[in-house]
Design a binder for this molecule. Structure first.
Ligand code: B12
Length: 334
């Protein structure tokens, strides 16, 4: 992993000079003339000769990267690539270099702000530092994986810590008084009468999945219905989640998963709970999980799965059903 990170950083650094010079051209060429230039990818002959030598005979054309959108990204751009094309400026029609003349000079990107990760100021600082640290987006052009890039950036900037605050009452006040809510509430009250405490849920995010809205919505909604809810930080390992679940003595861990890590991380979590001698702690999943993976998760020990559009009161009742069934089984086995 460490060597992969180093390789990622080194590759990005090595390529930075070339990429920076060529990026504006690449951007223009590929966005502006996307389809027409698809099949005429010509490498600079002199560079190709040098590269071939350095690559010990391998074909430099193998370094042309075809993006998922079907664009060919060359390893090196020269002036010849912009021959016959207008020398465009940002803020000038057709705006291929941005709609405002100074947009990217003092406000590089605001993606992180858009994504709710930080303020505009923090986002810009992040990207400026990022570029200074030579761990920029160009790593993507070198086909580094998200994991490698994340690892390399983490070494320089530390890890993003998202707030795990819940907004109490927000769900209920939005939903209003409704039969479904009353039913779920009654079930929680009944549960407490029977078990001596509220049903307790740990909402967890594992791996590199930063989609935290669903987790927050679920945590807030379940808490409003009377559950005791713990919410874990982003980027936990299965072992950390299992430990937190055991420490908090929850009835159930609710994994929110939207970045395709479910088939690895969820079975791992179940294993860790067993290792900690708490196989009785239930595991449920929610988020964007392809339906064809549901059976795999059930076979791994997950007891319920909730996809996009989940109605929270119904999910809460289903979770209580599962917890009650499991507690009953344990009692019968004693
Ligand atoms: C917003 C969003 C983002 C934002 C996230 C901001 C944030 N702070 O959360 C940003 C822009 C950062 C982002 C980035 C990425 N995203 Co995105 N993103 C989305 C999007 C559009 C909406 C997700 C969302 O917030 N929904 C609203 C919440 C409330 O809904 P929900 O999470 O589904 O939760 C509901 C249910 O699923 C369920 N639920 C969820 N969790 C739990 C847990 C429990 C216990 C229970 C009971 C129920 C439950 O209940 C909730 C209420 O109904 C989805 C597409 C989509 N329509 O789902 C793509 C999507 C999730 N993203 C996707 C991808 C690929 C990415 C990136 C990898 C893109 C990239 N190449 O960089 C990155 C990953 C970054 C990372 N490290 O995770 C893919 C994932 C594909 C997959 N699963 O295989 C999706 C599905 C888009 C797509 N169709 O391709 N993304």
């Amino acid at each position: 992993m460490l060597s992969a990170q180093r390789a990622c950083a080194a590759l990005a650094a090595r390529r930075l000079a070339v990429a920076c010079v060529s990026s504006a051209q690449a951007h223009r060429l590929h966005i502006h003339t996307s389809v027409s230039c698809q099949d005429e990818v010509k490498l600079n002959a002199e560079w190709a000769g040098l590269a071939k030598k350095q690559l010990k005979g391998k074909n430099p054309e193998d370094l042309i990267w075809r993006t998922p959108e079907g664009l060919n990204i060359k390893p090196v751009y020269t002036q010849a690539d912009s021959e016959g094309r207008a020398d465009e400026l940002p803020g000038v029609f057709p705006y291929t270099r941005g709609p405002y003349p100074t947009m990217y000079t003092y406000r590089p990107w605001t993606i992180r702000q858009y994504a709710g990760f930080s303020t505009v100021e923090e986002s810009n600082k992040f990207y400026k530092d990022n570029i200074k640290g030579k761990l920029s987006m160009w790593s993507f052009l070198r086909r580094c994986s998200v994991g490698e890039i994340t690892g390399a950036m983490k070494k320089v900037f530390g890890e993003h810590k998202a707030s795990t605050r819940m907004v109490s009452g927000a769900y209920r006040s939005e939903f209003g008084e409704h039969e479904e809510i009353a039913l779920a509430n009654n079930r929680v009250t009944e549960f407490k009468r029977h078990e001596g405490r509220n049903p307790r849920l740990l909402v967890a995010k594992m791996g590199q999945d930063g989609h935290d809205r669903g987790a927050k919505v679920i945590a807030t909604g379940f808490a409003d219905l009377g559950f005791d809810v713990d919410i874990g930080p982003l980027f936990q390992t299965p072992r950390e989640v299992a430990q937190q679940a055991v420490d908090a003595d929850v009835h159930c861990v609710g994994v929110s998963t939207l970045a395709a890590g479910h088939k690895t991380l969820v079975p791992e979590l179940i294993k860790e709970l067993r290792k900690l001698d708490r196989p009785d702690i239930l595991v449920i999943c929610g988020g964007v999980i392809p339906p064809q993976d549901y059976e795999f998760l059930y076979q791994s020990g997950v007891c319920a799965i909730f996809g996009p559009g989940t109605r929270i009161p119904q999910a809460a009742v289903e979770v209580i059903d599962n917890i009650e069934k499991s507690l009953e089984k344990i009692r019968q086995a004693m």
